[in-house]
Each structure stands twice: as structure tokens, then as C-alpha cells.
Design a protein around this ligand. Structure first.
Ligand code: DC
Length: 222
């Protein structure tokens, strides 16, 4: 049976950085499920479908195929055969993703694919509903969080480093809005699974969080 690690938590808690590092240490595959939702959102944006248009979104789900591959340890996401990694990290796509990930047909499509991958391979998968819905039997579940201020500051520094003008207040407001949307949606809202271990990274460095998770995994592996 494959060994599965689920990491859930809000945007900006450091899930992907941490999960990538843990995957490398354990030689597990890393699956970023947010990227899969982002690829679907990109499709709807390109097709000019509004986030409120549930019927249009439901209909278009039939035309969408999302696949993943790994190149040099980096996950690549394909939308109907096109590698869309370069297009899915914008704020516009992020907002659209949070808005359209509330719909059942969007979630069902990706949940099924995620379960198929997890059944076959040892992997670490990050997202919002992995421990609660996608992989309820995962051997290790982590709920990784950090305060809004910490997450906002990290995002602010990241954007500044890229030369993007931004306001810390606005970033914090966006984060709160995204949290609210992800935590209060009807289907598979973001929440800590009962058997998940809470890790608050507000006062922790990356190395410390990676060590902590590796220790939790090692206890389960022996
Ligand atoms: O992790 P991320 O920021 O790339 O995710 C973008 C959005 O996708 C997030 O706001 C909610 C949605 N998402 C989801 O609903 N379920 C997941 N398993 C992963 C992401």
C-alpha cells in the first residue's frame, strides 16, 4: 500500500515549499493540488466564463483534462495537453481559482485524479481538503498554518523581490478574504481533519518545519 502524507492549510502558510522539501528527503512524489485547481480556473478565464456562471462551468468541465508530470523534481501541470505552469501563478488566476473551486463538478474531477495518483505512489499532497476529503486514510496528516500577518509579510516580501509594487494592508485583506472563501464554502471547506497534527509556522523557519514533519513521518514509518 502506498504511503500518503496530506498537508492542508490556508494560502501562504508555506505548504508547497515545505512539502517539496519533505518529498525530496523521503524520495516521495510531491503533488500540488492547488496548481490543478489553478489550471481549471485558467481554462474558465480564457474561455471568458464568469465565476458566477455555474452552468457554464459545469458544462466546460467536460472539455477539460488536467494532467501532471514531474521535470527535475518540479511539478508540471498540463491543461488539455498544454504546459500551463507559467500562467497559473498570477493574482487574477488565484482569485478565480478560489471562486470556482466551490463547484462540485470542478472538485469531483480533480479529487478522482488525486485519489488515483495516491493509490499508486508514495506521495505528499498539499491542498485544502486532502486530509478531510481526498485522502481520509492518509498515514500522516498535517494542518500547516500561520497568522495572517506572517503570511501577508511573506507574500509582500516575495512580491517586492520580484519588483512588484504592493501594499501590505491590501495583501493581508486579500488573504483574509481568500481564507474566508476557502473555509466557508459548502463542499470540502478548508478545515483541520480531526486526526491531523497542527503545525503553526508563524514563529518557525522552513528547516524547523521540515524537521518536525520528517520526525512525524519517521515515527509512522517504523
Ligand atoms: O494552494 P493554492 O493557493 O495554489 O490554491 C489556490 C486555490 O485553489 C485556493 O484558494 C483554493 C483552491 N484549492 C482547493 O479548493 N482545494 C485544494 N485541494 C487546493 C486548492
Amino acid at each position: 500500500m502506498a504511503f500518503n502524507i496530506a498537508i492542508d492549510g490556508p494560502a501562504g502558510a508555506g505548504k508547497s515549499t515545505i512539502a517539496k522539501r519533505v518529498a525530496k528527503e523521503l524520495s516521495f512524489i510531491y503533488v500540488d493540488t492547488g496548481a490543478m485547481y489553478r489550471a481549471m480556473a485558467l481554462y474558465f478565464l480564457r474561455a471568458g466564463i464568469a465565476p458566477e456562471d455555474e452552468a457554464g462551468i459545469t458544462e466546460s468541465c467536460k472539455e477539460i483534462t488536467v494532467t501532471l508530470s514531474s521535470e527535475g523534481g518540479e511539478q508540471q501541470v498540463f491543461l488539455n495537453g498544454e504546459n500551463v505552469n507559467a500562467f497559473i501563478r498570477t493574482e487574477e488566476v488565484g482569485k478565480m481559482t478560489s471562486a470556482v473551486s466551490v463547484y462540485a463538478p470542478v472538485r469531483e474531477k480533480l479529487t478522482q485524479l488525486q485519489r488515483e495518483m495516491a493509490a499508486k505512489t508514495n506521495l505528499i499532497m498539499d491542498g485544502r481538503d486532502i486530509g478531510t476529503c481526498v485522502l481520509p486514510e492518509a498515514q500522516v496528516k498535517i494542518y500547516l498554518t500561520a497568522s495572517v500577518e506572517t503570511r501577508g509579510r511573506r507574500r509582500y516580501l516575495e512580491l517586492r523581490e520580484k519588483g512588484t509594487e504592493c501594499s501590505l494592508d491590501e495583501i493581508c485583506r486579500d488573504i483574509e478574504k481568500r481564507d474566508h472563501q476557502d473555509m466557508t464554502r459548502e463542499i470540502s471547506p478548508l478545515k483541520q481533519a480531526e486526526d491531523a497534527i497542527l503545525v503553526d509556522s508563524s514563529e518557525m523557519g522552513i528547516e524547523e518545519v521540515v524537521e518536525r514533519i520528517l520526525n512525524i513521518v519517521k515515527e509512522k514509518l517504523v
